[in-house]
Design a binder for this molecule. Structure first.
Ligand code: PHE
Length: 461
C-alpha cells in the first residue's frame, strides 16, 4: 500500500542514497579502464555530453514514474498504463540489475581481497615488481575457491542491508558512506597528482584524440554514463518511489548527476596519473586498478611504508563502500518488486534473489578460472553479463523510460509531478525544456549512437 510505504527522511538522505546507488565500481573501477580502452579524453567528452543531454532527462523521467506511483517498476508501469504491455519494461528492469549484481558482486569480492591484503600490509615491499603484482592478481582471479567465497560474502552483506529496509538499512548506510567516500577519493587524487611522471596521465585525460572515437567507443561512453548513474534499470525509479511527495525532482536529479560525474572525473584523475607514472598500459581492462595501485602503493612504501599502507587501506575501503551502496540498490529493485507485486516479506524476497544472483555470480567468477574457455557470442560469461547489460539492456531500458514519459504519459501529469502541482516556480519555468529533452533529444541521440555502432559492426560505416 502506498500509504504505509517507507520514505527517505529528508532531501539530503534521498540524494545521498541515490548518489550512493550511482557512485560505485562504475566510477572507480569501470570508468578509468573504459577511458583507457577507448582513447582517453575524447571518450570523456562523449561521456560528459551523454551525462548532460541524456542522463539528466532519463533520471528525471524515471523519477517521475517512481514518485508519481510510489511503486516499484512493474507495478508503477501497470498503474500508469493499465492493461498495456508497458508493464513488461518493469519486468525487464527488474532483471537487468540482478544480472549486473551477479558480476558486480564478483568484483566486490575482489575488493574485499585487496582490502584484506592492505590490512595485512602486503603493499609495502618496493622489491615486488609491477609484473609480480599483475601475476598475484592473475593467480587470485583465476583460482576457484577464494573469489567464490568473497563473492558470497559480498552478496551476504547486501542481503543483510536490504532485509533491514529503507530507513534502517539503506538510508543509514549511505548517509555515512557516501560523503566519506567522496573525501577519500579526493585525497587519493591529490596524492596521485603529485607522483613523478603524473603529467602524461593528466595529458591523456584532457587532450582528445578524436580518431579513436569509433561508433563502438561512443556506445561504450553512453553505456558507461547510464551504468554510472544506474539508469534504465529501474533503480532510480525505485528509489524515487521512496521520495516524499513534495520532493523537487529537478534538484535531486541535478545534484545526483553532478555528484556522480564529478566523482568519476576525480576517480579518473586519481587513477590515470598513477597508471602513467608506473608506465602501465592504460587499456589494461578490468584488472587496471587492481594491478596498478598495489604497485604504486608498494613503490611509495620505499620512503614511507606506513603512509603508503594507510593510503592503500583507505583506497580499498573506499572501493568496498562504493560497491556496496550501489549493489544494495540493485538488489532492492528486485526486492521491491516482489514485495509490492507478490506481497512477499522483505526477508523472503531478499533470500530468493540472493540465491539467483549468487548462482549467476558463481559462473561469472569461474569465467576467469575453470570456465575461461567457455564463450557465448565470443565472450566469457562475465564479459557477456557486463556488455549485455551496459550496452544493450540499460540503453534499451533508458530509451523505453523516456518514450513512456515523453509519449505515453499525459503531458499534464508529467508537468504536475515535475512541478509538484505548480508549486515549484523554477521547475514550472524550465518544464518545457526538460520535456523537450525527454521527448525528442534523449530518444534520438540514443538511437543514433546505437545505430552508428550497429552499422559499424555490419561494416556499413
Ligand atoms: N551506478 C553503479 C556504479 O557506478 C552501478 C549500478 C548500475 C547501480 C545499475 C545500480 C544499477 O557502480
Amino acid at each position: 500500500m502506498a500509504s504505509n510505504r517507507e520514505n527517505f527522511g529528508s532531501r539530503t538522505t534521498a540524494v545521498l542514497a541515490m548518489a550512493g546507488s550511482a557512485i560505485g565500481l562504475g566510477n572507480i573501477w569501470r570508468f578509468p579502464y573504459m577511458v583507457g580502452q577507448n582513447g582517453g579524453a575524447a571518450f570523456i567528452i562523449v561521456y560528459l555530453l551523454c551525462a548532460v543531454m541524456l542522463c539528466i532527462p532519463i533520471f528525471i523521467a524515471e523519477s517521475i514514474i517512481g514518485k508519481r506511483t510510489q511503486q516499484s517498476t512493474f507495478s508503477a508501469m501497470d498503474k500508469l498504463a493499465p492493461g498495456t504491455s508497458w508493464k513488461w519494461i518493469g519486468l525487464l528492469t527488474v532483471f537487468t540489475p540482478l544480472i549486473i549484481l551477479s558480476y558486480y558482486s564478483v568484483v566486490g569480492g575482489w575488493s574485499i581481497e585487496y582490502l584484506i591484503k592492505s590490512l595485512t600490509f602486503s603493499f609495502t615491499d618496493p622489491a615486488v615488481s609491477r609484473d609480480a603484482h599483475s601475476a598475484i592478481f592473475g593467480s587470485f582471479i583465476t583460482s576457484t575457491w577464494k573469489p567464490l567465497i568473497l563473492h558470497t560474502l559480498f552478496m551476504a552483506i547486501n542481503a543483510v542491508v536490504v532485509i533491514a529496509g529503507v530507513r534502517k538499512g539503506i538510508e543509514k548506510f549511505t548517509k555515512i558512506t557516501t560523503p566519506v567516500l567522496f573525501l577519500l577519493v579526493v585525497l587519493i587524487m591529490i596524492y596521485s597528482l603529485t607522483l613523478p611522471g603524473a603529467g602524461a596521465g593528466i595529458e591523456y585525460m584532457v587532450k582528445p584524440d578524436f580518431s579513436k572515437l569509433t561508433g563502438a567507443a561512443m556506445l561504450s561512453a553512453m553505456g558507461q554514463s547510464f551504468f554510472s548513474l544506474s539508469l534504465g534499470v529501474g533503480c532510480i525509479l525505485t528509489y524515487a518511489s521512496y521520495l516524499k511527495k513534495n520532493e523537487n525532482l529537478m534538484a535531486t536529479g541535478l545534484y545526483t548527476s553532478v555528484f556522480d560525474v564529478l566523482f568519476a572525473i576525480i576517480a579518473g584523475f586519481a587513477i590515470m596519473p598513477a597508471v602513467f607514472a608506473a608506465g602501465i598500459e592504460p587499456g589494461a581492462g578490468p584488472g587496471l586498478i587492481f594491478e596498478t595501485l598495489p604497485f604504486i602503493f608498494s613503490t611509495m612504501g620505499a620512503s614511507a611504508p606506513m603512509i603508503s599502507n594507510i593510503v592503500a587501506i583507505i583506497f580499498f575501503v573506499t572501493i568496498l563502500f562504493a560497491a556496496l551502496t550501489s549493489s544494495v540498490s540493485m538488489l532492492e529493485t528486485g526486492v521491491a518488486w516482489l514485495v509490492d507485486e507478490k506481497k512477499m516479506s522483505r526477508a523472503k524476497a531478499t533470500m530468493i534473489l540472493f540465491g539467483g544472483c549468487w548462482a549467476l555470480g558463481v559462473l561469472c567468477s569461474l569465467s576467469y578460472g575453470p570456465l575461461a574457455d567457455f564463450h557465448i557470442f565470443g565472450a566469457t560469461i562475465f564479459d557477456l553479463c557486463d556488455h549485455m547489460t551496459s550496452d544493450f539492456l540499460m540503453t534499451f531500458g533508458s530509451l523505453l523510460f523516456v518514450l513512456f514519459v515523453g509519449w505515453k504519459m499525459k503531458k499534464a501529469d508529467v508537468k504536475d509531478e515535475f512541478t509538484n502541482g505548480g508549486s515549484l516556480k523554477g521547475n514550472t519555468r524550465i518544464f518545457n525544456v526538460v520535456y523537450f529533452f525527454i521527448r525528442f533529444i534523449a530518444p534520438v541521440v540514443i538511437v543514433v549512437i546505437f545505430a552508428t555502432n550497429l552499422l559499424e559492426k555490419l561494416h556499413l560505416l
